[in-house]
Design a protein around this ligand. Structure first.
Ligand SMILES: [Ca+2]
Length: 182
């Protein structure tokens, strides 16, 4: 069984991930990697990690060079998360948060069409890594309405903690669809 996919990154070509630390892990079929510089080539490889943490280290890296993207795009960030300091199994809790568009454009597709709906996802996680194998999905909270640059909205959800939680850290972030980050 697949635990997650591991994405590796290096400034030079590589053919094994032995001894390397993954830039990120994900169960999704796409991932965002930050901290790249425009015009500077990087090499990437992806492995499949099974539930026993096994993976084949032999890879063939591929290169990519980020370039500036013309246009102005939204960048949604979560602030002001308010949640109980501790919770117990089966407890019903209220989580509050704020979403702010810190990008230079309104929420839109790459082609510029307005994006008027998405969901804010709340997960229970024992670590600070979002969307990896140990996350427990608590809620997808739908949002309606585009968000202009500098705009924000308040989110709130009342959630019952699972009776068998695997994690103890509540995190919230917007699920961005059809958007681009600068
Ligand atoms: Ca996690």
């Amino acid at each position: 069984m697949v635990k997650h996919y591991a994405v590796y990154r290096s400034a030079s070509s590589f053919n094994t991930v032995a001894g390397m630390t993954a830039a990120l892990t994900t169960r999704e079929r796409r991932a965002d990697i930050g901290g790249l510089a425009n015009g500077v080539a990087q090499f990437f490889a992806v492995t499949t990690v099974n539930i026993s943490d096994g993976e084949k280290p032999a890879v063939q890296s591929v290169t990519a060079t980020p370039n500036p993207v013309p246009g102005s795009f939204a960048d949604l960030t979560i602030t002001n998360v308010v949640s109980p300091a501790s919770v117990y199994r089966g407890q019903t809790v209220t989580i509050d948060w704020q979403v702010r568009n810190v990008g230079v454009g309104a929420t839109s597709t790459r082609g510029g069409a307005a994006v008027n709906s998405w969901s804010d996802r709340i997960v229970l996680s024992p670590d600070t890594v979002f969307e990896d194998a140990d996350d427990v999905l608590l809620a997808d909270v739908p949002h309606a309405g585009a968000l202009a640059s500098g705009g924000s909205y308040a989110g709130s959800a009342t959630i019952q903690i699972p009776t068998k939680p695997r994690g103890l850290l509540l995190r919230v972030r917007p699920r961005e669809r059809d958007q681009r980050r600068l």
